[in-house]
Design a protein around this ligand. Structure first.
Ligand code: SF4
Length: 327
């Protein structure tokens, strides 16, 4: 794949591998993630729990869990290696270049600080964008997130907010330093359906209004399809298919992508079904296709050769021995 600034990408992940040393042995949640995010675009990553979605976001921010390390590949922000940033550079990168919206909106906020204090502190962390009182910026940030009475919300503490309100505050915080890329880790999990739709719409509007890029991960294909123009399908620590939303939702090539789509009938709104077979154990490093025990198309080559990478142009990429053109 192309790497670095030559292709104009904001963010490029090339063959990223992560290993976590646990008491019961090493775990390998990322086994060669390739991904690009371009300025102003929305990208979604979808897959079952444990496929490596959250760890991909962690690797972008170099936020490893205890015992965890990036053990292979490259993470590049424009023309710089994220893995080589020093402590000060890393602090600027986290927040000013790339900001994160976490899954649990209430615990993502500091319980000891008022909403006003948290947003003001985030603005102060990036003084270059300040052109007035930070308190007014905080008020404006909440108005952008459709809080009708921002002054009342600014005085509250996280435990005094509903889940939907807390997630809107988190979005305001993530946007506060004007990042070029927002990472969103299952930001609507745990919210009721109406609130989910509202939060997703606001997130999409605000990211678009600032011409920022969004990398959104979820196990919910419907949520990803709502906000992302390009979608990657993750399985066992790799992005096994990537392409434009319309293509992925109507003509996916990878058998796992097809199975995932079959699980959720996006038109009829049916209850999700499950994919037969077991999710692979990430204690193993998969030399061959990790989906082969669940795949109806499995061939001899799938057990004998490493996965080929088909670069199909138009942002399409596929990792499967079947290739793109099969029934
Ligand atoms: Fe199925 Fe083989 Fe493709 Fe894996 S590589 S998804 S086993 S056809």
């Amino acid at each position: 794949m192309n790497a670095g600034p030559a292709n104009g990408a904001l963010l490029t992940l090339s063959g990223v591998e992560v290993t976590i040393n646990t008491l019961s042995g090493p775990v390998h949640p990322l086994q060669g993630v390739d991904l690009e995010v371009f300025p102003g675009e929305t990208v979604g990553l979808v897959g079952e729990s444990g496929c490596g979605k959250s760890m991909t976001l962690r690797s972008i921010l170099r936020l490893m869990p205890p015992g965890g390390a990036i053990t292979g590949g490259a993470v590049e922000w424009q023309d710089r290696s994220v893995l080589d940033l020093d402590t000060d550079e890393l602090q600027t990168y986290r927040g000013s270049d790339v900001a994160m919206i976490y899954q649990n909106p209430v615990t993502a906020l500091d319980p000891m600080l008022s909403v006003e204090r948290q947003i003001v502190d985030a603005f102060k962390a990036n003084r270059e964008v300040l052109d007035g009182a930070p308190e007014e910026f905080a008020r404006e940030a909440l108005r952008d997130l459709e809080f009708g009475n921002p002054d009342a919300i600014l005085k509250r503490y996280p435990h005094q907010l509903s889940g939907g309100m807390a997630q809107r505050v988190n979005i305001a915080l993530a946007l506060a330093c004007g990042p070029s890329l927002i990472l969103a880790d299952e930001p609507t999990t745990g919210l009721d359906m109406t609130t989910q739709v509202r939060v997703l719409d606001l997130l999409e509007q605000q990211v678009s209004a600032r011409n920022a890029a969004l990398l959104f991960i979820s196990h919910d294909l419907r949520a990803v399809a709502r906000v992302a123009r390009n979608i990657g399908i993750m399985y066992a620590g790799r992005v096994v298919e990537f392409g434009p939303r319309e293509r992925i939702l109507t003509e996916p090539s990878h058998p796992y992508a097809r199975a995932l789509l079959d699980c959720v009938d996006l038109r009829a709104g049916e209850r999700p079904r499950s994919i037969p077979g077991l999710v692979p154990r990430m204690t193993e490093v998969y030399q061959f296709c990790a989906f082969r025990d669940r795949c109806a198309y499995r061939m001899a080559v799938c057990d004998e050769e490493p996965l080929p990478v088909h670069d199909l142009g138009g942002r399409r990429r596929l990792l499967c021995h079947l290739g793109p053109d099969h029934d």
